[in-house]
Write a protein that binds this ligand. Sequence first.
Ligand code: IMP
Ligand code: MG
Length: 427
Amino acid sequence: MGKRVVVIGSQWGDEGKGKITDYLAEKAEVVVRSQGGNNAGHTIKFNNRKFALHLIPSGIFNPNIINIMANGMVIDPKALLSELDMLKKEGINDYKLYISNRAHLVMPYHIALDELYEEIKQDSAVGTTKKGIGPAYMDKVARIGIRVSDLLNEESFKKSLELSLNFANSILKSYNKLIFNFNEIFTQYKSIGNILRPYITDTSVLLNKLIDENKNILFEGAQGSMLCLDHGTYPYVTSSSPTAASVPLNSGINPFSITDVVGVTKAYTTRVGAGVFPTEFEDDISKKIREVGNEYGTTTKRPRRIGWLDMVVLKHVKRINGLNHLAMTLLDVLTGIEHLKICVSYNLDGKEIDYIPADYNEYQRCKPNYITLPGWKEDITHTTNINDLPENCKLYLNTIEKILMTKVTILSVGPDRTQTVTLKNIF
Ligand code: IMP
Ligand code: MG
């Protein structure tokens, strides 16, 4: 029987999903991206080479894997072209890629609107990646979006571009921003459409066929559950739902078809962009974590904010995703830290709570309650067997497993494919 495994980020993104997906992809036959766009940045390292992917699924380096960009994504055609160019330059020519005809497009004016909305929000700016993600989803919801299928038909493209561009230009004009020219965009994107044409198809039909054929399918999450539009730290979230629940909707499969959900979590926590982050701290230890863990954004190069592991967050994320596996990354980064803290609950105005308050101000008032565990000094970057880990390292893992009641199935002790400890085979 084929399995349909969802890999999601259990924190605020950048948990190392790229590495875990790439690792699991060895046994997968299909890799699917189903939400978000090039706000994502997935770093993959193998054979001493390093690749950053933003739109294209992580299975692209394996010529046998079918890669699908599904309907829930918002795709910037220009960004996609430059990613395809990057692959070409790197000598990666043998791949299988399919793009949903129902996915929406990110247009250049969406990027201008993303910048404008951030500017208008001033102190309340979200700290978006400025890739036009939010405004593209706004057009989708307002039913003025442009879909990939429109690119293939001149009449449809003309009509949908007119509608979407007029709205955008009227907003940009009212804030004295540069407006965009219809003809320029029309001509340019029509030709991009022709380049992309061979990849475009009904990916829901394709996926369902692959499910019927019992293929092992991997759904590669982008961002993290705490950035979910519904269940994250609204309004400091992204504009899609990076949860397992969104996968069926965003890829056109039935909800019963998911067999496994892998939550990827760092051994600590990071966040880029603005927004509440209870376990955040700034001292020599956080600086060390940032440097050793190379905690700088893949997409925006911004230094990431650093915090201790937060079990309230992980419990929340387990609740909404139904995690049955935990994949822990960057455990090696904690090596050499004398005392490791884990947040087990919050203190909200004198009361202990273990859930995430919906009210943003309430969440901001939450102070973490920590337990402290002893750290380890031994190098673990070459460990391939769980039994070889230092006792304190095992204690750290066991404590997390006990609190979350979920087993660590995959452990990453370094960026390379080979630096992975498998505790149970998922496929
Ligand atoms: P947007 O998705 O560009 O609209 O940004 C909204 C928020 O999500 C900002 O805080 C971003 O930093 C964050 N974000 C978006 N994509 C990612 C990602 O792939 N990793 C980490 N944070 C992200
Ligand atoms: Mg990332």
